[in-house]
Design a protein around this ligand. Sequence first.
Ligand SMILES: Cc1ncc(COP(=O)(O)O)c(C=O)c1O
Length: 327
Amino acid sequence: MNRRPFLAEIGNTPLVQLDRLFPSDGHRGIQVYAKLELMNPNGSAKDRPAIRIIQEALKSGLIAPGSVVIESSSGNMAISLAAICSYYGMRFISVIDPKTSPQSIRIMKAYGAQIEYVAEPDKATGEFLPARLARVQELLAANPNSYWPNQYENEHNYMSHYEGTMREIAQELGSIDYLFGGVSTCGTMLGSAKYAREHGMTTKLVGVDAVGSVIFGGQKSGRRFPGLGAGIVPPFARVPFLDEVVHIREADMIRECHELANQEAIVAGPSSGAVIAAVKRSLPALPDGVRCVAIIHDRGERYLETVYSRDWVKEHFGIELQSGRNC
Ligand SMILES: Cc1ncc(COP(=O)(O)O)c(C=O)c1O
């Protein structure tokens, strides 16, 4: 009998081959695997940094049952922290903005999280992130015994992917040739890069960003989906660590989400659609026979009202989704 608590199931996510989207006999022997981070208990890769940050803070006495945890997140990190704080008997205050989906807010509330809604972006930058972080500081000052995980700068964020995501991939597949993954705090790809370099792997790391994000420079523009990209350069991205960066438009993320659902029966979020789009774009330039891993960051249920809604997709992107398929 498994006597482990639910949250002990974080990590050790499945790795499956995407042989329909990328038939290895049809693409010069190129194999593409998906690391299914959506199979984490709370539905995304963010379970990894969230549990590590909280357990380390508990260990070092920064928090204890009864503490108040306060974090800025527009979705997945907040859901994971809400679940983990509930388990450890701590209050969680989630500072969100208009990009957070109604489903995500409902999931956070189901775990008892308190929602702090930031409606206006920062005046100087026009970005929500600085405005959310300013609200976090106010809440920390107003709540004694409170703690800020600070996912943008906490080394346990990327170390969770060093010890988890990339180690698991290496243990299962050995030294893969390419890793494609979405970027926001850059914790996933920084931890994976560090693991690969320190273990003599020759893996090329391809960061997948949203058009309009400025993590790696470029022109800032509006983005609708939470989770991928950033309106600032996150601290983890100040020193270059990727071999390549690919920028994907939101319309292409949507198309590839539907492809993933139709071809592989995986309903995932838009950052995973972006990762698949990046693999497809890179494919012609890849050497024959290489093995690639694509990170599938989160579940699609959080986007039923957007990516998987025919009406929403038509209204916002002018794309007609095929009738009767996934929407
Ligand atoms: C859905 C989704 N994809 C990709 C990412 C990128 O992860 P990271 O913050 O590790 O760069 C995130 C992070 O929030 C996410 O929620």
